[in-house]
Ligand binder design. Structure first.
Ligand code: NAD
Length: 484
């Protein structure tokens, strides 16, 4: 008989699914292992088609009443969810840090407060800003309404599991939909705490459901389920391809947030201190960040000084246990991912690249700790310059002039984000307009309002979310025309 709860950093976590307002066990479980020390934290319920059927049915049953609730009441409940998240920031931070190895200090001060915002912002938006005044058209009155779509399936990755899930759950619920979430098997625990918070906040049974399990066993039946009306996926490009095929027969609208290979363009007229800081910032979360600008492109005239300063600063990075506030970077999320990152670096080195920092595992720490790594002289077109590594690995290349820099930045099949550093305002305008990316940061990084559109070009995704774009996706927009 599997255990139903685990104590994780002093926080009790239920290891079962959350379906129709109650905990549901499975016969089978999967091991959840911490990246910090490879200790098994728990055996989590492993859902499959049967649990997915139950969850979709619960979400369908709950939909009419939730959709019919006046928006002010729905939003009030979601603001209570935000309050609940705020009250449990410390618990959520401790559990997620243990589970996925990301820094406790980022969780406490950035990620978990943002989780609360994901509910508060979209609750307020739905109540106060969604909708248009009626229009007069040739004597007729036209009304545009945002009707909830039904059941939203949400599938998320492990690198920021609660933040990425709630960024979808917030607007989906605020619009009047019900949700089935399939959390990542490498970091499944905070989704369970969110279910507790939802219940305490008074979210009715079946409005929010969690089915734990692996991608193949729990994710696949959810994506192919005829009972879902929207499918929001955050994860890798290969998985997105599989999901597209599974979802196709049901003609379900998709929103995809996928991988990247984003550039950091450093021009000779930049503030070099800022450029160095932005380059080193890319080691955040041990490089396990979709938006990371791991492809550094620097103008030849400043390349030597810039590179020396980046290496010097990166040497001061403190690697270790993410539960320590002083730690700057931690471990790879799993053994499989660690080996994947190591493979990328070993092949790059064999192919002629040079490591001017790191280049392999951190043998002092052992386990899943991979050293912050900077590679130069990689062969143009080679794998390390074109594939997403999702680890603490930066490459530095040089360009002669603006045209070459922009061409190199755009030479990718991804298009999630791009960052440029320049002191010339006109260049900033010109280059940001020429870059092929969903988000462009000029002399800054990672700043993003929940009202701004977010998504990727090319293989980095389909669609945009944020502000009204979220509601465009999670609703059926209706135009009603009334005769005079
Ligand atoms: P992944 O694609 O392996 O898994 C993501 C999720 O999909 C997991 O929950 C997994 O269980 C599930 N899954 C796997 N196979 C499935 C299938 N056949 N059917 C249904 N579900 C399935 O990705 P990952 O390794 O967890 O995450 C890393 C990737 O996510 C990177 O590519 C990263 O860039 C991307 N990412 C993108 C964003 C963004 O906003 N664009 C944010 C974070 C991460």
């Amino acid at each position: 008989m599997p255990q139903h709860t685990a104590d994780v950093e002093g926080v009790p976590v239920d290891l079962r699914h959350w379906i129709g307002g109650r905990r549901v066990a499975s016969d089978r479980t999967f091991a959840d292992v911490s990246p910090i020390d490879e200790v098994e934290l728990a055996q989590v319920a492993a859902g499959g088609a049967a649990e997915v059927d139950l969850a979709v049915a619960a979400a369908r049953d709950a939909f009419p009443a939730w959709a019919a609730l006046p928006v002010a009441e729905r939003s009030e409940i979601l603001r209570r969810v935000a309050d609940g998240v705020e009250k449990r920031v410390e618990d959520l931070s401790r559990v997620e840090t243990r589970d996925n190895g990301a820094l406790i200090r980022s969780h406490r001060r950035g990620v978990m407060p943002r989780v609360a915002m994901n509910f508060r912002y979209f609750a307020d938006y739905a109540e106060q800003r969604l909708g248009h005044p009626d229009m007069e058209v040739r004597g007729h009155r036209e009304r545009i309404t945002y009707d909830p779509a039904g059941v939203v399936a949400i599938i998320t990755p492990w690198n920021a599991p609660l933040m990425l899930a709630t960024w979808r759950i917030g607007p989906a619920l605020a619009a009047g939909n019900t949700v089935v979430l399939k959390p990542p098997e490498w970091a499944p625990l905070t989704a369970s705490l969110l279910a507790d918070i939802m219940a305490e906040a008074g979210v009715p049974a079946g409005v929010f459901n969690v089915v734990q399990g692996t991608g193949l066993e729990a994710g696949a039946p959810l994506t192919a389920h005829p009972g879902i009306n929207r499918l929001a996926f955050t994860g890798s490009v290969p998985t997105a391809g599989v999901i597209s095929r599974a979802a196709a027969p049901n003609i379900v609208p998709l929103s995809y947030e996928l991988g990247g290979k984003s550039p950091l363009l450093v021009f000779e007229d930049c503030d070099l201190d800022l450029a160095v800081d932005l380059a080193v910032e890319q080691f955040d979360n041990a490089g396990q960040v979709c938006l990371g600008a791991f492809r550094i492109l620097v103008q030849e005239s400043i390349a030597q000084e810039f590179t020396e300063r980046v290496v010097a600063k990166a040497r001061t990075i403190v690697q270790g246990d993410p539960r320590d506030e002083a730690t700057d970077i931690s471990a790879m999320v799993s053994r499989a991912h660690f080996e994947r990152v190591r493979g990328f670096v070993e092949r790059a080195l064999a192919d002629g690249a040079r490591a001017i920092l790191g280049g392999g595992p951190n043998d002092d720490l052992g386990g899943l700790y991979f050293r912050p790594t900077i590679l130069v002289d990689a062969t143009p077109g080679c794998e390390i310059l074109t594939e997403e590594v999702f680890g603490p690995v930066l490459t530095i290349q040089t360009f002669a002039d603006e045209a070459e820099g922009v061409a190199m930045a755009n030479n990718t099949r991804f298009g999630l984000a791009a960052t440029l550093v320049t002191g010339d305002r006109e260049r900033a305008e010109r280059v940001s307009a020429a870059l092929d990316a969903g988000t462009v940061w000029v002399n800054c990084f990672f700043v993003r309002d929940l009202g701004a559109p977010f998504g990727g070009n090319g293989k980095s995704g389909i669609g945009r979310e944020g502000g009204i774009w979220s509601f465009d996706f999670y609703t059926d927009i209706k135009n009603s025309v009334f005769s005079p």
